[in-house]
Ligand binder design. Sequence first.
Ligand code: ADP
Ligand code: MG
Length: 450
Amino acid sequence: MADSTNFDFIYNPIKEKMRETVSHISYITYIEKLKPVDVDGRFIVLQTPNENFAQYITGTLADKMREAIIKADVGVSDFRLVVEGSNEYAYNPPAAEDNYTPPSNLDKKYTFDSFVVGKNNEFVYAAALNVAEDPAGTYNPLFIYGGTGLGKTHLMQAIANKVLAEKPNLKVIYVTCEQFVNEIIDTMFTSRGPDARDRGNKLRQHYRSADVLIIDDIQFIANKKAVQEEFFHTFNELVSKGKQIVISSDQPPKELTALEERLRTRFSGGLVFDILPPNFETKIAILKRKAFEKKCIVPDEVLTFLAQDSGDDVRTLEGRLTKVIFASKLHEVPITVTLAASALNEAVSEDGKEEITPDSIINAVCSYYNVTKGDLVGKCKKKELVQPRQICCYLMCELLSLPLMSIGKALGNRNHTTILYSRNKVEEMCQVNDRIAKDIDDIKNIVLKK
Ligand code: ADP
Ligand code: MG
């Protein structure tokens, strides 16, 4: 087992939290004597000098310990005990109950069930499903590449959602490469102060203790040598410990020329699958699925119309459907090809009408709630601003076929997690609050009539 000093930086903050909740005598007799010897997934492994000691911790202090671990926020969420000299865990907590709520950077709607399989993606789908069912089994590392809007993020998140739901003991990390790069740079290379090193270690430990590490859009790491170096070591450590890695990119490994050779070689050494644009039949199937999710019945001829000339990108295809459904609700007319044709023209500004843009939505929200744009996109947390801001997020997600990250940028440089949170929150509020649902309908009217 590794040298205990390696894990003090994780256990020390936990000890501090324990000091606040247990008696002084318990603290010096037990807590101080536990030795952190390993991190196993989301568990910190603590060594006890003997069996009785382990039993006391298990019987009397386990709940407090778990609470302290969560409060310390050091990248682990539970603990295991091992008696000195033994290789077996003396305490292995029961699996978490089935009330799992996914970390906020995962979208629950991205599942294998909601992913339409066609000739363009059947192999990558099978590989992703295999990884989710049997992490670190046959397909490791798994590398998925393909053009934008073809379902890479959907599949990667489906893996994360499935593993988390079915194997709650595993530590699953889904991260966009952009977020990974920013975290590494902020924490390891630009951070100063007495605890900078600790924070760097903590972050490194966070990634290196994953059972399944999923990094989306790896091309973002291009030309960032120091981050590539850090990632290279994380990658090697996880692979050598038999942990699963999943990576996506817009290009195959060998074409990622702005990446160091050794990383490209590592990626090519895994299982590489591409995801191609859907053919016409698959587009129709996807449209049907999306209409079903939106609880709408869309006639076949409209689906055909939407799939024709829609380009390759599924995101755009979905955006076309959303606009048509929206127009039908707005004008209270059935969904027909004529409506679809006019709805799509409405938004593409051919006849001089304004296009729906982030700004046109922001402006509509501002004028509706009588707030300034500066306030709406600003940081102030007053209630009069927070709700309009969340509604603005929601409308931007509904009406624009843009990635969450771009919406975040347009809305005062917020990160995609905040956008996702706001969208979900408003969706929930709409179900229970008629006034908000009506506000939203009114603002949609303003946006569309411009
Ligand atoms: P990428 O990450 O490749 O740019 P995304 O995974 O973000 O693409 O997909 C864009 C949108 O298209 C998402 O809403 C996703 O659910 C949808 N999508 C893509 N492919 C499929 C598919 N095969 N079945 C269902 N939805 C899909
Ligand atoms: Mg993506």
